[in-house]
Design a protein around this ligand. Structure first.
Ligand code: SF4
Length: 195
């Protein structure tokens, strides 16, 4: 497991399979515990992520961390966070279909190694890909969908919550539902409330 993960990371960090390699500062491979039972998936790196080499930093990342910590989760310990596209599209445009296609195998390999029990899709793009192309975040956030023995949940993207703070209480309920599901089905996810 350890060797495979490190090998995957090293190969990904030097990837030049699509044009985004020309403008990126860093490949944003992901962050967290690769043996976690819960995987969070976002769309792609923004400016801060590109500069720091880590997903969900900046204001949206801080909000995500605050909500995670409120239910005993943390990117340091008991979850993994990755993106569908590993390099920042210039000016934060949507990744092109060919860029998404070129990059998809990195996340697929990460998912195969992590083998999560629960996958949380942050925002509609990840939910379209992993739950359903008809997914409606506003109506279906917080619901669990089972596929091949894995539970998927779509949540509001933290950047969307920053743009519309009225969503915060509803978004927090989704984290509580996630915590309850973790306690129900995850066998080695230790929730931590002391940091
Ligand atoms: S976006 Fe993905 S496929 Fe394109 S260069 Fe970066 S890691 Fe490689």
């Amino acid at each position: 497991m350890e060797l495979n993960w490190n090998d995957l990371k090293q190969r990904c960090l030097t990837c030049r399979a699509c044009g985004l390699c020309e403008t990126r500062h860093q490949v944003v491979f992901g962050v967290g515990n690769p043996q976690a039972e819960v995987l969070f998936i976002g769309e792609g790196p923004g400016e801060n992520e590109d500069l720091q080499g880590e997903p969900f930093v900046g204001r949206a990342g801080k909000l995500l961390d605050t909500m995670l910590e409120a239910v005993g989760l943390s990117r340091k310990h008991n979850i993994y966070i990755g993106n569908m596209v590993k390099c920042r599209p210039p000016h934060n445009r949507d990744p092109l279909p060919e860029e998404q296609a070129a990059c998809a195998h990195w996340l697929e390999e990460q998912i195969a190694l992590i083998s999560p029990k629960i996958v949380v899709c942050l925002g509609r793009i990840a939910a379209f890909r992993f739950i359903s192309p008809d997914f409606k975040v506003s109506r279906q956030h917080g619901e669990f969908f089972e596929k091949d023995g894995v539970l998927y949940m779509g949540m509001f993207h933290p950047a969307a919550i920053l743009r519309n703070p009225n969503q915060k209480p509803v978004a927090f309920v989704d984290f509580v539902k996630l915590r309850d599901k973790i306690q129900e089905i995850c066998t080695h996810t230790e929730l931590k409330f002391d940091e």
